[in-house]
Design a protein. Structure first.
Length: 360
């Protein structure tokens, strides 16, 4: 049985790691290591080893030392000679540590580019290239959870690096909680007489709300009755909207059922959007340009792309969705049961990747 070493940052949601480890255990043997990203002694979200050394990618002068110390911790607690493959669930810090262990032990590794990696790279372009490109050049497989992330990375690489990295790239969506598949729903057609908008994201930035509020004001001036519900952030001025500061699965489920259109925050403004969950509940989506979910979103199919910083564009796209609501609902129905987000399918893909790339 192959031993797979999973490296993941301790600031990620445990849900995806749990699903993958639980479903593949028995076909392979999983060893998990949570890598601290900050020096805050937070508990690891998944059972397994928890590296006590903070490995903060934003540390300009000490990141390399942190990576080396984390690799040493793993060497002290894991029989490296028994590891057939390392699966880094992000570039920072997992991929950096995987590259260090690869250099020391010649163990092959695969690395995922996750949502937090994209956010960090966008905010730190020079650091992104300096530390991410070496990681991605040495992987046996680079996994992208969204094709839009591929576009983001490709636009920041030389032609030579891009050719090398994308020659072994693979697109595998992150799965969603089976709960959403057990409660698939198609929304009834709505009228623009009263349309309810939902803007929700994990750790949503308050600045993301302002253009949506302005868009609603523009629609009100045209006598459209549009309301706004916000989940995932605290807002000092919550006038004319309903705000839920924190997100739980059950609360999000209820909000999807109670609203008509989901506005997907930009990846720069949230730790996690919920477009897959929204689609499972039949909500049309308005999303940032070039950030549509996994190639599903030519305009008018399941929603519209908009400039999320433009109130005028948002208002226009809200009206477009309202005008084509029934047609969009039919397209969403055709996409169900959203197998690209279903762990029943996804874990089998990972098993094939492990089988093809692990050393014996």
């Amino acid at each position: 049985m192959k031993n797979i070493l999973h490296l993941y940052a301790d600031n990620v949601s445990s849900a995806c790691i749990d699903e993958l480890v639980t479903r593949t255990e028995g076909s392979i043997h999983n060893i998990t290591v949570a890598i601290a990203t900050k020096d805050d002694n937070k508990p690891a979200p998944v059972s397994g080893l928890h590296s006590p050394t903070p490995c903060d990618p934003s540390s300009l002068f000490h990141f390399d030392k942190m990576v080396a110390e984390t690799a040493a911790f793993i060497e002290q607690n894991v029989h490296m000679e028994e590891i057939g493959l390392i699966h880094a669930h992000s570039v920072w810090p997992g991929g950096a540590v995987a590259l260090e262990l690869h250099r020391r032990h010649a163990i092959p590794y695969i690395a995922a580019v996750d949502f937090e990696d994209i956010r960090f790279w966008a905010d730190n372009p020079q650091r992104g290239r300096k530390t991410a490109v070496p990681v991605l050049l040495q992987t046996l497989r680079t996994i992208f959870h969204d094709r839009n992330h591929q576009d983001f990375v490709a636009n920041r690489l030389s032609n030579e690096d891009s050719d090398r990295i994308f020659s072994h790239a693979l697109s595998i969506c992150d799965g969603i909680d089976p709960f959403w598949f057990q409660n698939l729903h198609i929304h009834k057609p709505v009228s623009m007489v009263h349309t309810r908008l939902l803007l929700a994201g994990a750790d949503l930035q308050p600045k993301s709300v302002t253009p949506v509020k302005k868009a609603i004001q523009l629609l009100h001036k045209k006598n459209y009755n549009v309301s706004l519900n916000v989940m995932g952030c605290n807002i000092a001025d919550s006038t004319n909207m309903h705000v839920i500061p924190t997100i739980t699965r059950d609360a999000l489920f209820q909000e999807f059922r109670n609203n008509d259109i989901y506005i997907v925050p930009s990846f720069k403004d949230t730790a996690r959007p919920f477009y897959a969950e929204a689609l499972s509940q039949g909500l049309p989506i308005i999303h940032n340009m070039y950030e549509a979910p996994e190639g599903l979103c030519p305009d008018g199919k399941i929603g519209y792309a908009a400039d999320l910083h433009s109130a005028d564009d948002l208002a226009e796209k809200i009206l477009y969705v309202g005008e084509r609501f029934a047609t969009i609902e039919q397209h969403i129905t055709d996409l169900h049961p959203l197998q690209i987000y279903n762990w029943d399918e996804i874990y089998r893909i990972y098993l094939r990747v492990y089988e093809e790339n692990a050393k014996f």
